[in-house]
Design a protein around this ligand. Structure first.
Ligand code: 8X3
Length: 264
């Protein structure tokens, strides 16, 4: 897809550039707002340009710098078009785009769903990371953040497609860190547990609002998108020699993937 760019505050050339994928909602949008507040020149990337435009307006209205770029991370052409219009230096890439589809057991799961999850979580992250690595390295102080999931650390029934994709994404992040050792790009993995956002569960259950609501039912204070944005901002703003390899973050009510306290 050809990329559409819109919205811009007068750019402060000194501000470091942060590219955030999946920025049209949830964790991505919250991260865009937070990084803009931290002084980054935010490039908000996602497929839905109308949602990005709203986000950019919010950010610029509060004095931040942001630009929206329509980008589909499953497309080579779209990612190349994004790369070719980035100002430099690009110091931060937040790989947030991803998602889950379905919760069917291995016996009956639709492998088309699995293919989609591998495309958006693993290959999408790989594609844009490959494209932006030269610019990140040229900055002399690059950071790649991979927003993974606790689903990349353990498995659960019905989750093989998603946990498989998230395990793969974690392997990508770990491998990249090894390969870049000695070069000025750090790789940080943030693995959230239960985060209540508008879309994650709704997408997983294809718009079934009851099933989506049940994911969070009775859970006191699930994490929200801003909690993860806070983690991204904290990791990204450490001195560049400090590499937080992996941050696992869950709500207090979730001791492990399967161990969730719910009020009656
Ligand atoms: C979301 C966490 O537990 O729904 O990435 O797989 S879980």
């Amino acid at each position: 897809m050809g990329n559409v760019t819109s919205g811009a505050a007068a750019p402060d050339a000194a501000a470091p550039v942060a590219v955030i994928t999946g920025a049209s909602s949830g964790i991505g949008a919250a991260t865009a707002r937070r990084l803009a507040a931290e002084g980054y020149q935010v490039i908000a990337a996602a497929r839905r340009i109308d949602r990005l435009d709203e986000l950019v307006t919010q950010i610029t209205d509060t004095g931040g710098q942001a630009r929206a770029v329509a980008c589909d991370i499953t497309s080579d052409e779209s990612v190349a078009a994004l790369r070719d219009q980035l100002p430099e230096p690009v110091t931060l890439l937040v790989n947030n785009a991803g998602g889950a589809l379905g919760l069917a057991p291995v016996e009956t799961a639709d492998l088309t769903d699995w293919r989609w999850m591998y495309e958006v979580n693993m290959l999408g992250t790989a594609r844009i990371t490959q494209a932006l690595l030269p610019a990140l390295e040229r900055s002399g102080r690059g950071t790649v953040v991979v927003v993974g999931s606790t689903a990349g650390l353990a498995v659960y029934e019905g989750g093989a497609g998603y946990t498989g994709a998230k395990h793969a994404e974690r392997a990508l992040a770990e491998t990249l860190r090894l390969e870049l050792c000695g070069r000025p790009v750090r790789v940080i993995e943030i693995d959230p547990g239960l985060v209540k956002t508008d879309e994650f569960a709704l997408v997983r259950f294809r718009g079934d609002t009851e099933r989506a609501a049940a994911v969070y039912a009775g859970v006191p204070d699930p994490l929200v998108a801003e909690d993860i944005a806070d983690c991204v901002a904290w990791c990204a703003t450490r001195p560049h020699h400090v590499n937080v390899d992996r941050l696992v973050v869950r709500p207090l009510a979730q001791a492990a993937n399967h161990k969730v306290h719910r009020r009656e």
